[in-house]
Design a protein. Structure first.
Length: 274
């Protein structure tokens, strides 16, 4: 069991370092940036200017899964990632596994987290979980969690093939999208029936010094959102977009891979996920 927890903790890290641990220098910086707010020691005043960056991860709910907003900038690294992502989705032999591999190998999580641009949460903090398990039968390609003033909300994302049977000639959804939506229906049923088990999954990743907020402990279906990504922009027509608008009312969103590329560029320019 210990080995399994270790495996889950470290294979789903977003970064090369482990933010559950700080260096001695970071610990000193963290302590130095916190001052008591009163003489009796109650409350804390934080010197944000001298607060170490690693400290934000270390003190978050999920240290190894918190998204790094400092990565949201147009530079040689992100520009090359966008270029390679475009080349990948332009290749008709590309599968969803190839896309997942690029995001994981290049640590390009800003691409998948760019979906936050369509929601009103994530500006306080955001987390990404690749291959998030709904045990024992389901695995979500990506879970994105975003926080706003109203608490945390959850986006469960399924990546499907960028080519082959995406939509029909009249714009209705083809077998690839229908397969993804079937997966979403399975997740939704699992969550509604097993939410207490979902809390246990989060325990594998959480900061042991933090108690998870009520959103993680009590099911509120209005906080649950689902996305299926498949196909290219050319697969969508007026009827497809009509269906997309209709499904979004039920918290299900369908996107094509050009959407991800556009949204990723958008957040890099704005330097924010929302």
């Amino acid at each position: 069991m210990v080995i399994l927890l270790f495996y889950l903790l470290y294979t789903n890290m977003l970064y090369e370092r482990n933010y559950f641990e700080l260096t001695e220098e970071e610990k000193l910086q963290l302590d130095g940036a916190k001052k008591p707010a009163s003489k009796n020691g109650s409350g804390v005043i934080i010197d944000y200017q001298n607060f170490p960056k690693a400290g934000w991860f270390y003190e978050s709910y999920f240290p190894n899964n918190m998204l790094d907003i400092d990565e949201l900038k147009i530079d040689s690294r992100t520009s090359k990632i966008i270029e390679d992502f475009q080349s990948l989705i332009d290749d008709k032999d590309t599968t969803e596994r190839d896309i997942q591999k690029l995001i994981k190998d290049r640590r390009a999580y800003f691409i998948i987290a760019s979906v936050l641009a369509d929601y009103h949460f994530g500006h306080h903090s955001a987390y990404a979980f690749p291959e998030f398990e709904l045990p024992p039968n389901f695995k979500v390609d990506y879970l994105i969690i975003g926080k706003s003033s109203y608490g945390h909300e959850f986006i469960f994302i399924e990546l499907e093939n960028p080519y082959d049977n995406i939509t029909t000639k009249d714009g209705n959804l083809g077998t690839t999208f229908r397969k993804g939506l079937k997966q979403v229906n399975d997740w939704e049923s699992w969550i509604e029936s097993n939410f207490s088990h979902l809390e246990l999954v989060f325990q594998r990743y959480r900061n042991s010094t933090k108690e998870l907020p009520k959103e993680f402990r009590k099911l509120d279906t209005t906080r649950m959102h689902y996305i299926v990504v498949a196909g290219r922009r050319t697969d969508f027509n007026e009827e497809t977009y009509r269906l997309a608008r209709k499904m979004k009312k039920d918290r299900v969103h369908i996107l094509h891979y050009d959407n991800l590329k556009d949204k990723a560029e958008q957040i890099l320019k704005s330097k924010n996920y929302v």
